[in-house]
Design a protein around this ligand. Structure first.
Ligand SMILES: Cc1cc2nc3c(=O)[nH]c(=O)nc-3n(C[C@H](O)[C@H](O)[C@H](O)COP(=O)(O)OP(=O)(O)OC[C@H]3O[C@@H](n4cnc5c(N)ncnc54)[C@H](O)[C@@H]3O)c2cc1C
Length: 536
């Protein structure tokens, strides 16, 4: 039992019997992280000097997908003299996962669209973990069936029942249908676009996208304004597209760049007029990929380590860190640093950075609340059956994914991962709102949200745990994606190289991986080591 829970229980038991408040819920649970007090320590300013600085060639700060991908690439180049410092007790960042007696389950990121044949880095990783089985006669990758999301993939709760898919066809007017097709014709047009160099307008990762002026122009207006200019006002189409903005970016139609809105759809197309690429998932979500990536680091990955300052020394970069497990200060003297944390942390940690790179304050991260509900059994399903992704239309949340979906177990205990972005305009105000929520308030929010679809749910919940992600997802606001100063944030600063998904303006596994590989390849070259052909 945690100290605060113990105090709450003893305080309650000291009350006379008649005054004891009945707990609101019959099930237990807790707020599991992230480690806010430790993370916020970097704002504290003055830290004492460590006793010594351990010499190291490369220090990676941050053990999320970007940092672990950088380590994977260094190890792949036969480069061993590195360490990864991660402040949390487990690596993975926003692709972390956990496991209980029922199933593994994600704490945030939970899927990838299947990569096309040009996405070499993701294909390499999927091959390493046995998910890429080979290539078909056309040269397209073939993936393991157990990782490809099986039917039913998605359902939507509206008008008191579940419907297949996320676009509500029931009750759609002829005009709704026309606008739906008009929108996807635009998506097809962009999926077919190639610039003078043969590059597509939209591809994953975005480093493969065209920078042609007509594509970049999409970034100058909001997705909402772009729809309006085309007379696309159908409420059900707008709901679907707003849902996509909330789901991928934690923002809304009017706060998302039209470039990012179209990227969501066009980059996933197999080709103009064809379906979207199927999705890959695992019970632990993208934690499955983290487990593979972290192998490359072995014991060079150090968790519970908060980098508190990075500054230029006489012979390299002096990095100080707080070792939370052993409650001591440690130091490294590194030839190069790969900073794989977010820019708002870089502003506190890297000496001279915030003055030299004011554009780093332009990246705003939406907060998210994620809950994992462990269920003893499934609720009754009178309409369309339980799918992998289950979305409630009349909700600020995004519904839930089912961890046991791929294991073909359609009965009995399961784990549901419920998501809610805080998509209001002001990220700081939304963060304050999230931080003010204690466990009962979070549990109430989750249960109130799901009750209309599952009135019998409460009796089935064995526990409900919550993660409050304060800085979860970078928002691709209009003007951010192609802003030259924002793009320049990926350039090295002194001997510090940068890797993080937010440098793309898009929160995706592939973006984090791409920046991790780029930063590692920059560092290997800078140190005069031979890395072989690029993995990107
Ligand atoms: C709710 C949610 C759902 C998502 N779903 C998906 C999805 O389904 N598919 C998808 O592709 N993407 C998804 N994403 C996006 C996800 O963010 C990326 O896929 C990816 O995990 C980002 O990795 P990263 O390494 O760039 O950043 P982060 O995950 O932010 O990792 C940065 C790491 O640096 C550490 N760190 C920070 N400061 C310090 C310091 N001073 N010292 C030491 N360590 C430090 C942090 O603890 C963290 O582990 C989702 C994100 C969220 C929040």
């Amino acid at each position: 039992m945690k100290r605060r829970d113990f105090l709450a229980v003893t305080a309650a038991s000291a009350l006379p019997l008649g005054c004891r408040k009945k707990p609101e819920f019959t099930f237990p649970g807790e707020l599991v992280g992230p480690d806010l007090p430790l993370g916020h320590w970097v704002r504290g300013g003055l830290f004492p000097e460590p006793d010594r600085y351990e010499p190291i060639s490369v220090l990676i700060v941050g053990g999320g997908v970007a940092g672990l991908s950088a380590a994977w690439r260094l190890a792949g180049a036969g480069f061993d003299d590195f360490r990864v410092l991660e402040l949390e007790a487990e690596p993975g960042g926003t692709s972390r996962s956990a496991q209980n007696h029922v199933s593994a389950y994600p704490w945030a990121a939970h899927y990838l669209p299947v990569p096309d044949r040009g996405n070499h880095a993701v294909l390499r990783l999927l091959k390493e973990c046995g998910v890429l089985e080979g290539f078909d006669a056309k040269g397209d990758p073939v993936f393991a069936e157990e990782a490809t999301v099986r039917a039913p993939e998605e359902r939507l709760f509206a008008y008191g029942q579940w419907w297949e898919g996320l676009y509500l066809r029931a009750g759609a007017s002829a005009e709704d249908e026309r606008q739906y097709h008009a929108f996807f014709q635009e998506v097809d047009r962009w999926a077919a676009f190639r610039d003078a160099k043969g590059r597509p307008a939209f591809s994953i990762p975005r480093s493969r996208c065209s920078d042609a002026p007509e594509a970049r122009a999409l970034d100058s207006l909001s997705f909402g304004a772009w729809l309006e200019a085309r007379g696309l006002s159908s409420p059900r189409l707008r709901w679907l597209l707003d849902y996509a903005c909330r789901d991928d970016y934690g923002s809304r139609l009017d706060t998302t760049s039209a470039w990012a809105g179209l990227f969501y759809f066009a980059a996933r197309k197999q080709g103009p007029g064809e379906d979207s690429r199927p999705l890959l998932t695992w019970p632990s979500g993208n934690g499955f990929l983290v487990d593979q990536l972290r192998r490359a680091s072995g014991d060079r990955l150090r968790c519970g380590m908060l980098a508190t300052s990075i500054r230029a020394g006489k012979e390299g970069l002096l990095v100080t860190a707080w070792d939370a497990r052993n409650q001591r200060r440690i130091g490294f003297q590194a030839q190069r640093v790969i900073f794989a944390g977010p820019q708002h942390v870089a502003r506190h940690v890297i000496e001279g950075f915030s003055e030299a790179r004011p554009a780093s304050s332009r990246l705003h991260n939406a907060p998210w609340l994620v809950a994992n509900l462990t269920l003893r059994a499934r609720p009754k399903e009178p309409s369309f059956p339980l799918a992998w992704d289950n979305v409630l239309r009349d909700s600020e949340a995004l519904g839930y994914v089912v961890a046991t979906h791929q294991s073909l177990s359609d009965h009995g205990p399961t784990v549901w991962t419920w998501y809610r972005p805080f998509a209001g305009l002001d990220c700081d105000a939304e963060r304050a709102r999230l931080r003010a929520l204690d466990w009962p308030a979070c549990a109430r929010m989750v249960m109130d949200d799901l009750r209309p679809a599952h009135p019998d749910l409460e009796g089935l919940v064995a526990r409900l745990d919550v993660m409050r992600w304060g800085h979860a997802m970078v928002r691709p606001a209009p003007g951010l994606i192609w802003n030259p100063e924002v793009l320049a944030l990926a350039k090295p600063f002194g001997g510090v190289h940068f890797a993080h998904t937010e440098l793309s303006g898009l929160a995706l596994f592939e973006e984090a991986q791409d920046h991790g590989l780029r930063a590692a390849e920059e560092v290997v070259t800078a140190l005069g080591h031979h890395s072989g052909p690029s993995w990107r």
